[in-house]
Design a protein around this ligand. Structure first.
Ligand code: FES
Length: 145
C-alpha cells in the first residue's frame, strides 16, 4: 500500500512544527524498535489546548501523523484531546500502510504525554486522568498489532 496523498502532503508541508516557547505541557515518546522520537508541546488555557506544536525525529509517517494530530487537538478541550486515538489520526490521513501503524500510535501517545506533563506541573497525578502511556508493543495498544 502506498502513502495517501494526505500523508504525503503533511509530510512535505507539516503543520505546527517547532518548539512552543510558552508551552505548559511537553511530552516526549519514543519507539524502542525504530528509535524514532516525537515531542509535543501544548499551551493549555481554561482547559482548552490553545496552541500545540511538535518536533519529530523520525520517519515520514511519524511526521505526517504528528502534524495531523496537532491539527486535530488544536482548540479542543483536554478531555476531547485525550479521546484522540491513533485510528482517528490515521483516518484523517486516509490511512497508513500496516507497517506504519505504530507511527500513529506515537502521535496519540505524545499528545497524552504532553497532557500528563501539564497535570504534573500543576501537582496533579495524571495517571487517573490520562491512563498509562504505552508503546505499540504492548497488549493495550489500540493499533491492533
Ligand atoms: Fe518509527 Fe515511523 S518508523 S515512527
Amino acid at each position: 500500500m502506498a502513502y495517501s496523498e494526505k500523508v504525503m502532503e503533511h509530510f512535505a508541508n507539516p503543520r505546527n512544527v517547532g518548539e512552543l516557547p510558552d508551552a505548559n505541557g511537553i511530552g516526549e515518546v519514543g519507539n524502542p524498535k525504530c528509535g524514532d522520537i516525537m515531542r509535543m508541546y501544548i499551551k493549555v488555557e481554561d482547559n482548552v489546548i490553545k496552541d500545540v506544536s511538535f518536533k519529530t525525529f523520525g520517519c515520514g509517517a511519524a511526521i505526517a501523523t504528528s502534524s495531523m494530530a496537532t491539527e486535530l487537538v488544536k482548540g479542543k478541550t483536554i478531555d476531547e484531546a485525550l479521546q484522540l486515538t491513533n485510528r482517528a489520526v490515521m483516518e484523517a490521513l486516509d490511512g497508513l500502510p500496516p507497517v506504519k501503524v505504530h507511527c500513529s500510535v506515537l502521535a496519540e501517545q505524545a499528545i497524552k504525554a504532553a497532557v500528563s506533563d501539564y497535570y504534573r506541573r500543576l501537582g496533579v497525578d495524571p495517571t487517573p486522568i490520562v491512563g498509562e502511556l504505552h508503546d505499540c508493543e504492548e497488549k493495550a495498544c489500540a493499533c491492533g498489532h
